[in-house]
Structures are given as structure tokens and as C-alpha cells.
Design a protein around this ligand. Structure first.
Ligand SMILES: [Zn+2]
Length: 352
């Protein structure tokens, strides 16, 4: 999310909180349940340039969220249980489910101990190539190379650009420009090629980032043995499946399930679309994941769960716990459904 959109969203959350409008919206938009979306969990770092900070929250904020959910007397359940309650329309109690994308090692080190304290199950969606340390977390590589560069030259949208990046503000702006350009590329192959070339020029080793940040298969085996942990699939290479041919999308999705099942010796019934927005998960992909036999699949579209989502189990929305809004007061607004309703145009279900 861009800095501006993020600020506007933040202002909207504040306005909802201060006006009390979330109380009025809650009966309409809180829905029957919530799937929280998280990525990294680790203590705050005070670097001024952290363009990926929306992808991480602190252990303190995770604790505040767990406490708030418990205070609201909401059940914290597994994805299998989300699936069951939706299918059987078992809505006697509200429920919440915690999901973490990509397979970061900090999920084990900082999130799992907290989840254990609250006896709360969690799902981690593993991109197989990250676990094998061959995948590329290009958004982290991009952050690192901009952090160390004073000037970056790149063929942005076909036009050679020179981006001066001496200050944190200039670095943020350059990140937004380059990130937007990269996300517009035809596939992740081109993205990885472009970022690797920039890394080479700016002396950043992008080959070690997956090993540094993500759990290996050996670590995942141990992690997955915790009864609270469910492992889901997140493609082989962390690609935008909507930009893949049908054959490639199927190979990425089924392949990731196959490799996790082989390495961890357990069935994989749940999937998360990498990037997961409207440009990265489409009706074709929802149908494909259903055909492949997954019970559920989650997007990054914002939304609470409603009874109608039972008809769209492979296109479930989530509620992001975003590093930009780590304010326990605003959890009330998030859990009222007012914030997600506001950002998805007051639709209850958005699965087309
Ligand atoms: Zn991801």
C-alpha cells in the first residue's frame, strides 16, 4: 500500500474510532468471523527507511490483538474449523483465525510462544522455494539495495530513470516508484531478473535472503509438529498466479502442496495466493484451487467473513494486521468490520 493510501486509511480508522461510527456499523459489517493476515512478527526496529514495515507487527501488538479477541469472547480456531463452520453454517459464536504468509522464522521465534500462551492455533503458508532457500524475496532485496544506494538507475516502464536516494524520504519515494514498476511486469521471472540486476550493481547479495529470513524444511518439520500449527501452501516460487498460464498456475499450486506434503509428511488442505489482491488472484484461480481439492484459499482482499462466503471457500478475504496501524484502540474498529467495509466499498462478499 502506498504511503498516501496508508495515511488516508489510518485517518479513516481514527475517524471511525473517534466518531463511534464503528458501533453503528458493527451489526451490519462484523460478519460471523475473521481471518487475520500477518507476515512477520518481530520487535520494532528504529531504522527510518522501512518500506516493508506494513508486513510486520511487534509481539506486543500480536499480544494486544489476542487479548482483544479473547475479551470479545471470540473463538480462535483452525482453518479446518473455519471451513466447517462456514459449510455447516455454525454461527452460534464468532470466530477468528490467525494466518501468516511466506514462512518467516520469526513466526516460530516470536509468534508461536504467544499463540501457545493463548492456546491459539495458527496457519503458516509456506512458499516451497523460500523453504529450500532458492526463492527470492525481491521486496526485501529492493529495500536493502535502496537503503545503501545514493542513486539508482533503472529502466522504469521502458524509460531510463535516475532516482536520487540520499535521504529516507527520497528512498521511500524511489521504493514506491520501483515497486510499482516491478509489480506491473508480466511475471515474477521478470521481477526477479530486474531486482537481481539492481542487486548486482549495488552490491547486495539477494541469494541469501530466503535462507536468512525463512524457515528451512528441517525447521518447518519441527515447527509443524506443534499441534497448534497448520501448514498451508503458497506456491513454489511465490509467483503471481493470475499472471501465469493455467498450466503454470496449476504446477505452482499443486507443486507447492506436493513438496510440503513430501517434506513434512502431512496433508495440505489450505492455500494462500501470493500478493493475493485483485491482480494476483482471479476467478480462474479460485476455480483451479477448488478443482485441485483445497478446502480453503485466502486472498489479501480486505473483508470479514459472512455466511455467503461459504459459496466462495477458495476466495476468502482477510483482515490485515498491518504494521502501519499498530494501535490497540483501533482493534475495536477493525473487529467491527467498519474498516474493511470502508475499504471494499461496503460489500459483504467480494469474490468475483
Ligand atoms: Zn506471500
Amino acid at each position: 500500500m502506498s504511503q498516501l493510501r496508508s495515511s488516508i486509511f489510518r485517518a479513516g480508522l481514527e475517524a471511525l474510532y473517534l466518531s463511534g461510527a464503528h458501533h453503528l456499523l458493527r451489526p451490519l459489517f462484523a460478519g460471523v468471523g475473521t481471518i487475520f493476515m500477518l507476515h512477520r512478527v518481530r520487535p520494532a526496529c528504529d531504522d527510518v527507511f522501512q518500506p516493508n514495515v506494513h508486513l510486520e507487527i511487534t509481539p506486543d501488538f500480536l499480544r494486544a490483538t489476542l487479548e482483544h479477541v479473547r475479551e470479545l469472547d471470540i473463538d480462535i480456531v483452525t482453518l479446518d474449523e473455519v471451513h466447517r463452520r462456514l459449510r455447516e453454517r455454525d454461527f452460534g459464536r464468532r470466530f477468528a483465525c490467525f494466518t501468516f504468509d511466506d514462512g518467516y522464522r520469526d513466526n516460530r521465534d516470536f509468534a508461536l510462544p504467544l499463540m501457545r500462551e493463548f492456546a491459539a492455533p495458527l496457519t503458516v503458508y509456506v512458499a516451497s522455494d523460500f523453504a529450500s532457500a532458492t526463492g527470492k524475496l525481491w521486496w526485501v532485496a529492493l529495500e536493502r539495495l535502496i537503503a545503501r544506494a545514493d542513486v539508482i538507475e533503472a529502466p522504469v516502464h521502458g524509460e531510463q530513470r535516475r532516482l536520487d536516494t540520499p535521504t529516507a524520504a527520497a528512498k521511500r519515494e524511489a521504493f514506491a516508484v520501483l515497486h510499482g514498476w516491478l509489480r506491473s511486469m508480466p511475471s515474477d521471472v521478470e521481477i526477479n531478473r530486474a531486482v537481481s540486476e539492481l542487486c548486482r550493481r549495488h552490491g547486495v547479495d539477494d541469494s541469501q535472503i530466503a535462507r536468512e529470513l525463512c524457515m528451512s524444511w528441517t525447521e518447518l518439520k519441527e515447527f509443524a509438529s506443534d499441534p497448534l500449527v497448520t501448514i498451508g501452501a503458497h506456491t513454489l516460487s511465490h509467483c503471481n498466479v493470475a499472471k501465469c498460464t493455467s498450466d503454470d498456475a496449476e504446477r505452482e499450486i499443486a507443486g507447492s502442496r506436493g513438496s510440503i506434503e513430501a517434506k513434512l509428511n502431512r496433508p495440505v488442505m489450505h492455500f494462500a495466493y501470493p500478493y493475493g489482491d485483485r491482480d494476483a488472484a482471479t476467478a480462474r484461480d479460485f476455480a483451479l484451487v477448488r478443482k485441485l481439492g483445497f478446502k480453503t484459499a485466502v486472498t489479501t482482499r480486505p473483508g470479514m467473513l459472512f455466511a455467503e462466503n461459504a459459496d466462495h471457500m477458495t476466495a476468502l478475504p482477510r483482515l490485515s494486521l498491518n504494521g502501519n496501524y499498530q494501535d490497540a484502540r483501533l482493534l475495536k474498529v477493525l473487529m467491527s468490520g467498519a474498516a474493511t467495509a470502508m475499504s471494499n466499498g461496503f460489500r459483504r462478499v467480494d469474490a468475483a
